[in-house]
Design a protein around this ligand. Structure first.
Ligand code: HEC
Ligand code: HEC
Length: 290
């Protein structure tokens, strides 16, 4: 009898010790599990990103270099995602520009799921008819948010060029270089199409008719004035001729950051290409205030 009691007491104590040890280990085990889960979902997010997003946003998310399925370089249609304006701060610059009141996670996940089809961002979430399940949207959202790093967010932002207030002060433009900028480097062609082909514009108005002044939409402006203002300050005037009807905005569906992404010479070159002229005549004072 006595022996049985001793054995069961010892067995009970042993069980308690083992359970206690397991309980102590639990947080560590959970942490390892969470880390493994995070790593796996990040990897899954990277794959989803690579397969669906790089043609428009680029492999590194900076929308600087994009390739089609045949490996030819094309204009990046998307905005830069690997970008301090979008990712840094609890309310990033982009979130406040878009008057978004929720979290950054919800801003990114919501944009990915619902898309902004009028501006060329496809709908991805299955609940909106897209091809990604909610957990896949979550993975790719995590992958995009992962670009928010100390290094990105502490980078000093370069001041924009000192934009001249009249187009006559721009340097002479080089149309051949402008074609490269328009078609590939700055991505204008992704939205505005090919200058030689009316109807090739996917998102914004076709700008192939700027050469014969058809598209001067504001009284008193020259074509050069109008184009200069449209690129520097897209929301200043919203064009009536998008492929789906009157263009959306303000804010304009055209990115408003060309004033910080382009040099003054880039501007002259793109204008020379679109307007088919080397030097520019203007009537207006256009003040760049982003
Ligand atoms: C066909 C081109 C295209 C593809 C493919 C594409 N996007 Fe986009 N994306 C865009 C465009 C264009 C915008 C800008 C929309 C706007 O200005 O309203 C955008 C905007 C975004 C934004 C919001 C950025 C901001 O600053 O507001 C996020 C986030 C985003 N895309 C993520 C993705 C992810 C993730 C994928 C892949 C699952 C993807 N995109 C695939 C074209 C694309
Ligand atoms: C993501 C798509 C997108 C990109 C990229 C883009 N634009 Fe636009 N653009 C638009 C949209 C949408 C409008 C019409 C809304 C508005 O008037 O602001 C527009 C308007 C314009 C207009 C006025 C057109 C008219 O007929 O009234 C010009 C000129 C223009 N863009 C030039 C450019 C140039 C040059 C580039 C490259 C440096 C460029 N855009 C890049 C979408 C884009």
């Amino acid at each position: 009898m006595q022996v049985k009691i001793i054995i069961s007491t010892v067995a009970f104590m042993l069980t308690m010790v083992i359970m206690g040890y397991a309980a102590l280990r639990e947080p560590a085990r959970m942490e390892t599990y969470t880390l493994m889960y995070e790593a796996r979902s990040m990897e899954a997010g990277a794959t989803i990103y690579h397969n669906n997003c790089t043609t428009c946003h680029g492999e590194n998310g900076k929308a600087e270099e994009c390739y089609n399925g045949d490996g030819e370089q094309i204009a990046c249609a998307g905005r830069s995602l690997h970008n301090a304006d979008l990712l840094c701060g609890a309310t990033s610059k982009r979130m406040s520009d878009m008057q978004w009141l929720g979290s950054k996670h919800a801003f990114i996940a919501g944009t990915i799921a619902a898309g902004r089809s009028a501006n060329g961002m496809p709908t991805w979430g299955a609940e909106y008819g897209g091809s990604l399940e909610p957990y896949e949207v979550e993975y790719v959202t995590k992958f995009v948010l992962n670009w928010e790093t100390e290094a990105l967010c502490s980078q000093p932002t370069l001041p924009p060029p000192d934009w001249p207030e009249t187009v006559a002060e721009l340097p002479a433009g080089n149309a051949a270089n402008g074609e490269q900028l328009y078609s590939i480097d700055l991505g204008c062609a992704a939205c505005h199409g090919n200058l030689a082909e009316e109807g090739s514009n996917a998102v914004g108005p076709w700008v192939g008719n700027f050469q014969n002044l058809d598209n001067v939409r504001i009284e008193g402006y020259t074509a050069a004035d109008y184009m200069y203002e449209s690129v520097l300050l897209p929301s200043e005037f919203i064009s009536p001729e998008c492929p789906t009807g009157v263009c959306a905005g303000p804010p304009s569906g055209m990115p408003d950051n060309f004033g910080t992404r382009m040099t003054i010479q880039d501007m002259a070159d793109v204008m020379a290409y679109v307007l088919a002229t080397e030097t520019f005549e203007g009537n207006q004072t256009i003040v760049y205030e982003p």
